[in-house]
Design a protein. Structure first.
Length: 280
């Protein structure tokens, strides 16, 4: 177990050196294994994040991402049981959940190196290493949270939502879902896309870093891959001319602007679901 007094600056330097020399030194040495394990423990306990919002911008801590990649190079698949299923995985499941203040339903797969704040609710779903889930967030059934995705507080991820990771393919930044956002069923968010605070993303939406986000009232393109805070955005398409004809390419249409703190009727949350369990 990682010492709570770990010097993060020294650990970062060790990980960065290991990453630079990864093809020249043994990653199986006791020192290398201990350094990588210490970095993963920081992520697992929420004392460090692969990425975070700083003054409204996404800041990626590349050394922690590289620690995860080093773990994949170090680790060997280990056999384990998950209910009636046999697994062979490099990344073990997270432990200590019963004392963490997180509600987890049977069938949820939560990997070590991810963190869920107390008060989060996780239905049968998959949560990848390096990801972060905020307090009061509901991860509904069959949601896939890719490695290093960052989800804020009081978010609702509806059934079947998919959030891409930043390990493979390697992305400059992870998917970020900010506080109070509501993501509709079967929405797919990949390639470092971002959903702003309090935004509602409609069911079945596709959002990547190249998808245009357009204001329905003006026709103005607001961004690529970023849903503005406190808006309602739904999937749409717009025509593009190609040699072979005219085809509709996906976009998102912002159909409503909300006041800050306003919840759309379809995005109201049920506090009863999020009542934190009593940790004895």
């Amino acid at each position: 177990m990682l010492n709570r007094g770990v010097d993060t600056a020294i650990l970062q330097s060790e990980i960065e050196e290991l990453w630079e020399l990864r093809d020249q030194v043994s990653l199986q040495s006791a020192e290398a294994v201990a350094a990588v394990d210490a970095a993963i423990e920081l992520l697992d306990t929420g004392r460090a994040r692969v990425a975070e919002l700083v003054a409204g911008e996404v800041v990626v801590h590349e050394w922690l991402k590289n620690a995860i990649l080093l773990l994949y190079k170090q680790a060997q698949p280990e056999n384990s049981r998950f209910g009636p299923f046999e697994c062979a995985d490099k990344i073990p499941l997270k432990s200590g959940i019963s004392a963490s203040g997180v509600q987890v339903s049977p069938g949820a797969v939560i990997r070590r190196g991810s963190y869920q704040e107390p008060g989060a609710v996780v239905m049968p779903s998959h949560i990848g290493i390096g990801s972060y889930v905020g307090e009061g967030t509901l991860v509904d059934s069959w949601v896939g949270i890719g490695s290093c995705a960052q989800i804020g507080r009081n978010v609702h991820l509806s059934g079947g939502v998919g959030l891409g990771g930043m390990i493979e393919p390697p992305m400059a930044r992870p998917v970020v879902i900010e506080d109070d956002a509501f993501i509709g069923a079967r929405a797919m968010i990949y390639s470092g896309a971002r959903v702003g605070e309090g935004a509602l993303l409609g069911a079945g939406a596709l959002l990547t870093d190249t998808i245009p986000v357009i204001d329905a009232a003006t026709g103005e393109e607001l961004s690529r891959g970023e849903v503005p805070p406190w808006t309602v955005a739904v999937p749409a398409s717009r025509p593009r001319e190609f040699t072979g004809g005219t085809f509709g390419l996906p976009c998102l249409l912002v159909i409503k602007h909300l006041k800050k703190g306003e919840r759309h009727d379809k995005a109201r949350l049920n506090d009863a679901v999020r009542t934190p369990p009593v940790v004895l």
